[in-house]
Design a protein around this ligand. Structure first.
Ligand code: SAM
Ligand code: SF4
Length: 332
């Protein structure tokens, strides 16, 4: 086995989780993520190639990364993602390979997940209503997403549904999504909307804080109770008596979980982010392309100067104007 390190940041937090965005392209146009016309897509030559992604993943796994999540944009719109997953699955020292997908193109690939060692998948689904699905994603793809959900369940893959909550858009979907957990052993996680929609307008919907979401769930399920916190969890999880699955709330905007943050990100163009709210701390792509042998040290140095939390990262990186980048260019 290759040497496997242990990464700790300047605040004593273990770093063992990489979120790797393989593309910024997407086949949906979720209101909270990008404008109708899309974003200024990254030029092909500026994207990390799959061999470059594999090289940096291998380096990071050797340094202490144990879990890699493939995200985007939509991972499966980039040709070669499935083959890349096979390459990643063979990395010595990688314990968990997983992905986040919108489910539009995913159903036919699900039968391969077990072979890839993928045990859990995050599926984005903000509503079970076809009209609202179209209003939120600007595409009529709910049937394809539901087919992916069926396939995941059929193949015994653990499913975590991600629902971004927006007042005036889909708060009426909180209940029906939670109801899925009655008969299905899945997690439904409600995420506070972050202002990452690629426009200067901040939030696409009205803001619902995690407290609003929890209260709403509690009024529907008064018996709901909090589950013990899992290590590094970003969600507060709850059990509903009589339900096979669980519900959870992610305070992505309130940022209540920064104290245990174990993750780093690499954007589609190969920029390292040590916080979702920073604007990139190291151009890994250029270092790889110039054969710079100091990449490992440069990464360590950046982890040694990590922001204490998302508020500090946002203030220092963007100042008072705040973040307006599209989540598709970051990876979520
Ligand atoms: N396209 C894939 C998908 O939607 O699952 C993967 C990439 S997407 C950027 C990753 C996650 O970020 C999704 O679960 C999505 O709901 C979430 N996301 C995107 N924009 C967001 C925002 N402004 N606030 C909160 N979550 C957001
Ligand atoms: Fe695409 Fe995912 Fe962004 Fe929706 S959230 S537009 S599916 S990248």
């Amino acid at each position: 086995m290759d040497k496997h390190g242990f990464l700790v940041d300047n605040h004593g937090r273990t770093i063992n989780y990489l979120r790797l965005a393989v593309t910024d392209r997407c086949n949906l146009r979720c209101l909270y993520c990008m404008p109708e016309e899309g974003i200024d897509w990254i030029a092909r030559e500026d994207l990390l190639t799959f061999p470059e992604m594999l090289a940096v993943s291998k380096l990071l796994v050797g340094m202490g990364i144990e879990k890699i999540r493939i995200t985007g944009g939509e991972p499966f719109v980039r040709k070669g993602t499935v083959e890349f997953l096979y390459d990643l699955s063979k990395l010595d020292g990688l314990r968990t390979l997983t992905l986040t997908t919108n489910g539009v193109l995913t159903a036919p690939i699900v039968p391969e997940f077990r072979q890839l060692g993928i045990q859990t998948v995050n599926l984005s689904l903000d509503t079970l209503d076809r009209t609202r699905f179209f209003a939120i994603t600007r595409r009529d793809e709910l049937p394809a997403v539901l087919q992916t959900l069926d396939q995941l369940l059929f193949h015994g893959i653990r499913v975590k549904i991600n629902c971004v909550v927006m007042a005036g858009k889909n708060t009426q979907d909180i209940g029906p999504l939670a109801a899925l957990t009655k008969d299905l052993d899945i997690d439904v996680r409600y995420i506070e909307e972050m202002p990452f929609n690629g426009s200067a307008e901040g939030h696409a919907g009205g803001h619902w804080s995690y407290q609003d979401i929890v209260q709403h769930l509690q009024s529907a399920y008064p018996e709901m109770h909090r589950l013990p916190e899992e290590p590094y969890a970003t969600s507060m999880n709850f059990a509903i008596p009589g339900h096979k699955g669980r519900v959870g709330v992610i305070a992505a905007y309130s940022r209540s979980f920064c104290g245990t943050c174990n993750r780093i990100r690499i954007t589609p163009q190969g920029v390292l982010k040590t916080c979702l709210y920073d604007n990139g701390v190291l151009n890994v792509r250029d270092m790889i392309r110039t054969g710079n042998a100091t990449l490992e040290n440069a990464i360590r140095e950046k982890l040694g100067g990590r922001f204490v939390d998302g508020r500090e990262a946002e203030e220092q990186s963007y100042g008072r104007q705040g973040v307006h980048e599209s989540m598709a260019a970051i990876g979520g």
